[in-house]
Ligand binder design. Structure first.
Ligand SMILES: NC(=O)c1ccc[n+]([C@@H]2O[C@H](COP(=O)([O-])OP(=O)(O)OC[C@H]3O[C@@H](n4cnc5c(N)ncnc54)[C@H](O)[C@@H]3O)[C@@H](O)[C@H]2O)c1
Length: 308
């Protein structure tokens, strides 16, 4: 295999994503953490699952960035996760320092990689990666919208008792409490959900989507979601490695699109071999525009606090 994906952080999200990338034989996988033995142990465990999965991916766990050299994609999950009662924004200062250091190391060894930041608060951390790496904006693509949309799809499928495969859902904006699920652009077999579900039920799906992360944090008691986040990372990795040009909601550096300047915010993106191929600009109603701007302002406040 000649493709290489590095996952920084061998915690819940990192290990889940690494395992799935190896299972699907998308690339060789390096998993790195500051903890001694943990990435090595999890890497070996994933490698030993590969014969059962029928995958010839090579998997290595390490503490040394030298092993990450020449990665095509680097997924950054390093950092703290939420505890009950914490918002994603509470993680800002600590994760800022971690992400800055990680990005510097990543760039020393894989100067041409595509980086998928995952660490929260996602949009602000993506902006840190972008500023520190000095990569073109096409090569820094934050993961959040795929997860938020997957949650909304799951809730719509439950509501209508139809296959998740029939459902597309769109969630725009920052990955925070002000995210903007868009019912008008969410469809079942091409039919907008606004024609299939009454307004009150849609509102409850929208609310549950916006607070989907907190629902799981509360249930788990310790740590935050990782199966769906891991799957969401892998959908993005696959679209890049296979140059699939999937349209996926991702957090990217906007330069005037949707009227937003110099800020990472979630919008529909086409992902291919070069990373971000294109930002799709869809028409929003006044109400949707106000909600998107409010969500973007919440991201801007965080970005200003850490001055990136
Ligand atoms: N964007 C999203 O949609 C989304 C979804 C889920 C989780 N997250 C975020 O992803 C991050 C990881 O979540 P998790 O559940 O895997 O947490 P976790 O605590 O299970 O794992 C984090 C790992 O990062 C490692 N780490 C810390 N500092 C490091 C450094 N400097 N270099 C390398 N590794 C380092 C830790 O040792 C730990 O193993 C959190 O910030 C979480 O909030 C984001």
């Amino acid at each position: 295999m000649n493709r290489k994906v590095t996952v920084i952080g061998s915690g819940n999200v990192g290990a889940t994503a690494a395992r799935s990338i190896a299972d699907k034989e998308l690339a060789d996988v390096v998993i790195l953490d500051i903890l001694d033995g943990v990435p090595q142990g999890k890497g070996l465990d994933i490698l030993e699952a590969c014969p059962v999965e029928g995958s010839d991916a090579r998997v290595l766990g390490t503490n040394d960035y030298v092993d990450t050299a020449d990665s095509d994609i680097v997924v950054i999950t390093a950092g703290l996760a939420r505890k009950p009662g914490m918002s994603r924004d509470d993680l800002l200062a600590k994760n800022h320092a971690i992400i800055k250091g990680v990005t510097e190391q990543v760039m020393k060894h894989s100067p041409n990689c595509i980086i998928i930041p995952v660490t929260n608060p996602l949009d602000a951390m993506a902006q840190v990666v972008y500023r520190v790496s000095e990569l073109p904006r096409e090569r820094v693509i934050g993961m959040a919208g795929v997860l938020d949309s997957a949650r909304m799809r799951a809730f719509i499928a439950q509501e209508l008792n139809v296959s998740v495969e029939n459902i597309h859902a769109f969630v725009l904006g920052g990955h925070g409490d002000a995210m903007v699920p868009l019912p008008r652009y969410s469809t079942v077999a091409g039919i907008p959900i606004t024609e299939l579900i009454d307004a009150e039920r849609i509102d409850s799906i929208v609310q549950r989507t916006a607070h989907g992360g907190a629902e799981i944090v509360k249930l788990l008691g310790t740590g935050s979601a990782y199966y769906a986040p891991g799957s969401a990372v892998v959908e993005m990795v696959e679209s890049v490695l296979k140059d699939k040009k999937k349209i996926l909601p991702c957090s990217v550096f906007l330069q005037g699109e949707y009227g937003i300047h110099d800020l990472f915010v979630g919008v529909p993106c086409k992902l291919g071999a070069n990373g971000l191929d294109e930002i799709m600009e869809i028409t929003l109603t006044d109400e949707e525009t106000v909600a998107l701007n409010k969500s973007a302002e919440a991201v801007r406040e965080l970005v200003q606090l850490i001055d990136v």
